[in-house]
Design a protein around this ligand. Structure first.
Ligand code: IVH
Length: 687
């Protein structure tokens, strides 16, 4: 527990009023900045670690704002000031740094007999012991070093000897202390960085809306985030840390209990599940209890760790080259299954992306039969060492798409490329034979009229958030393409009843329905139309932003530079848009569609009842898709944005909301509306 700072006027202040910056003398400014930092650090601790804030968010914001102004006006820069939490300048690369102490791995097993055996071995060697029982967090470990109580660096695991310096990124995590009070001169601690489940869901939701690929599970999301080169982007993502070990210190510590107490005293976030048990049975019970609670936890754990409590006993037990003899990870039975890879096939997605997929000997993974699992990209296949015939472990992480987690029978030499029988991406598209282009770690079929892409493009074009043409799902899209009726999405508007009735399962009624759906889709707004085109990285929100920035004909010729002036359009997105409109086949399709559909640019077209309001959504509002709501509100003058800031008027909290936006709303004193209040306060104003 961190003590409240004495005599600091900013700790329990109900109101704040400051002298104008111009009237403050430099010495007084320095003093005030220091008191503000101390107070803000304490408030960060109360908010992020203790979960028990002592001042209103509005006051916190005022303190923060004042500190920032003082730092700017008087050049009081300090790399460990709380103002740095918003993320500094982008980095060119992450530097490699040695660890304070090499990071060993843990002996692990899911077999209760093995933990009993571990306990027996220890008792034989050193007599009676107690164990610290802790969750085994499913994230990434970081070593954080403090010098004289000041944050010095944070390093990822890397190869165990050296890792990557992710200091700038870790500093954006509110619960990580930047300065410690009463700390030993030398202190290095270890913890696990993870992404809370709700934040993960919300991040993925945002990614899908933008047309970016969602992360497969919270662990991958955390791993991808901690290594970003732009700390400001990290600050925008929901990372958290639990600390569990002191790896080096000038203080005298005799046991894990003392280490954990020290961590808590200094203000590190330690999981309250951490406890002490006195034998193997205690570890087994602890593990069973956590397994029951697992689904309710905000973070993923994949087992428990038992560590001998007493440090002198640890010394006597020592370590092997790979792991300490005094610790053991007792894993949960996996949400995983083992099976063999029968074949690796390559699937072509809507954007032309080629994804290697393992076809498996079907295996039951906690009640679901899995017969295929994604391998993401060629680099992943190589790294995992998967080839046909290997035994692999399949994971349904976060209950999403199953993926190949690792190769189990790794005695065979790993193949490293095409020449030795390993997997290699095809040089031509497996569906159309078109040229395959490489982009980073991914491969794409360059032929926009590739039937595989075409089927999915048709399906996407007709989907609810796109042109909303009902009746064209996966099956119908396939039929239309396979029958040769649709060779480009523009052909949809040339269909006639006779064409359709000729296909299996189609009658007069269904044909008429489709034609009238197509008819009804004409005159759609430009944003929806752009989204329907399925340009890579252009989800509903970016499509809307592009539509309000440019008329279609201008957009088609826009340079990457001009595109980047649009909100939320970075180099990758700009590149995807220009590449799309530089492809002659796409231009032809768009020109034909333009004739047929006549998309309209109509921001604010239907009224101005909500003029000037900025609204953010989290969770779903029954009866609407997110893009229907955005459309509706925007057509009536509101702007709908994806993150909560001081400029937000309302946060609409629907079903299964995320925590991040709600926290931000609380911080920024933004009014929240449940779906009912939303209907009453906003929808009812629309005529
Ligand atoms: S102790 C020498 N405690 O598990 C052992 N590790 O296989 C040092 N992990 O990479 C690690 N929760 O990222 C320890 N409570 C916990 C842990 C934990 C998760 C991870 C850690 C490490 C891996 C070890």
């Amino acid at each position: 527990m961190v003590e409240e700072p004495d005599d600091n006027p900013y700790v329990r202040t109900p109101e704040t009023s400051f002298d104008p910056i111009e009237d403050v003398h430099e010495d007084a400014a320095r003093e005030q900045a220091e008191r503000l930092r101390e107070a803000i650090e304490y408030h960060d601790y109360r908010y992020y670690v203790a979960n028990d804030p002592v001042i209103a968010d509005r006051i916190y914001d005022a303190l923060f704002d004042r500190l920032r102004k003082l730092e700017d006006a008087f050049d009081l820069d300090d790399e460990n000031s709380p103002t740095r939490r918003v993320g500094g300048e982008p980095l060119d690369e992450l530097e490699t740094v040695d660890h304070v102490a090499p990071m060993l791995s843990l002996q692990s097993s899911g077999d209760p007999e093995e933990i009993r055996e571990f306990d027996r071995r220890i008792r034989e060697a050193v007599g009676d012991v107690d164990y610290s029982a802790e969750p085994k967090f499913d994230g990434l470990s970081v070593e954080v070093v403090y010098e004289d109580g000041v944050f010095d660096r944070a390093v990822t695991r890397g190869d165990g000897e050296a890792g990557e310096d992710v200091s700038a990124n870790l500093k954006t995590v509110g619960s990580v202390p930047l300065r410690l009070s009463g700390a030993p001169d030398v202190l290095a601690v270890r913890g696990e960085v993870y992404m809370p489940r709700s934040g993960f869901q919300e991040l993925n939701e945002r990614r899908v809306e933008r047309g970016d690929d969602p992360f497969a599970n919270p662990r991958n999301a955390a791993a991808g985030t901690i290594r970003l080169l732009d700390p400001a982007a990290v600050a925008d993502r929901p990372l958290e840390v639990f600390f569990y070990d002191v790896i080096e210190t000038s203080a005298t510590l005799r046991s894990q209990t003392e280490a954990v107490d020290l961590l808590r005293e200094l203000g590190f976030r330690v999981d309250d599940e951490t406890t002490v048990v006195d034998d193997a049975e205690g570890v087994l019970d602890y593990r069973d209890r956590l397994m029951d609670e697992r689904a309710d936890l905000e973070y993923e754990i994949d087992g428990v760790v038992a560590k001998v409590v007493d440090f002198e006993t640890r010394e006597r037990l020592g370590s092997t080259a790979r792991h300490p003899r005094w610790a053991f990870a007792y894993k949960f039975p996996a949400r995983t299954g083992e099976t063999t890879v029968e074949r690796i096939v390559v699937q072509v997605g809507r954007t032309g992306k080629l994804t290697p997929v393992a076809l498996l000997d079907p295996v039951d993974v906690r009640g679901v039969t899995i017969s295929r699992a994604t391998l993401h990209n060629a680099a992943q296949v190589r790294e995992l060492g998967v080839s046909e015939g290997t035994t692999v472990r399949i994971e349904r992480a976060g209950d999403v798409i199953p993926e190949v987690a690792e190769v189990v029978d790794s005695e065979e030499p790993r193949s490293s490329g095409a020449d030795d029988g390993g997997f290699a991406m095809p040089e031509t598209c497996p569906v159309c034979g078109g040229r395959v282009a490489e982009e980073g770690e991914y491969h794409f079929c360059a032929n926009a009229s590739c039937p595989a892409q075409l089927k999915r493009s048709v399906q996407h074009f007709c989907s609810r958030d796109a042109m909303d043409i009902q009746g064209v799902g996966e099956r119908a899209a396939e039929q239309l393409v396979e029958a040769g009726l649709v060779e480009s999405v523009a052909d949809l508007y040339d269909l006639d009843a006779d064409d359709l009735i000729g296909m299996e399962g189609w009658g007069e009624r269904s044909a008429e329905n489709l034609l009238s759906e197509l008819e009804g889709s004409r005159g759609v707004d430009l944003g929806t139309f752009l989204y329907a085109l399925g340009i890579r990285h252009v989800g509903t929100e970016r499509a809307r932003a592009l539509a309000s920035a440019f008329p279609l004909e201008v957009l088609m010729d826009a340079s990457a530079g001009a595109l980047r002036d649009v909100e939320d359009v970075g180099p990758e997105v700009a590149e995807a848009v220009t590449a799309f409109f530089e492809t002659p086949a796409n231009v032809e399709t768009v020109e034909r569609l333009r004739e047929a559909v006549r998309p309209e640019r109509r921001a604010d077209a239907d009224g101005d009842e909500l003029d000037g309001l900025t609204v953010v959504f989290t969770g779903s509002v029954p009866g609407y898709t997110r893009s229907e709501l955005s459309d509706l509100l925007e057509r009536h003058g509101a702007s709908v944005t994806s993150s909560v800031s001081g400029a937000t008027d309302y946060l609409v909290v629907g079903e299964d909301p995320g925590t991040r936006k709600r926290e931000a709303a609380e911080r920024e004193a933004v009014e929240t509306l449940d779906p009912e209040a939303f209907e009453e306060r906003l929808l009812s104003r629309i005529e």
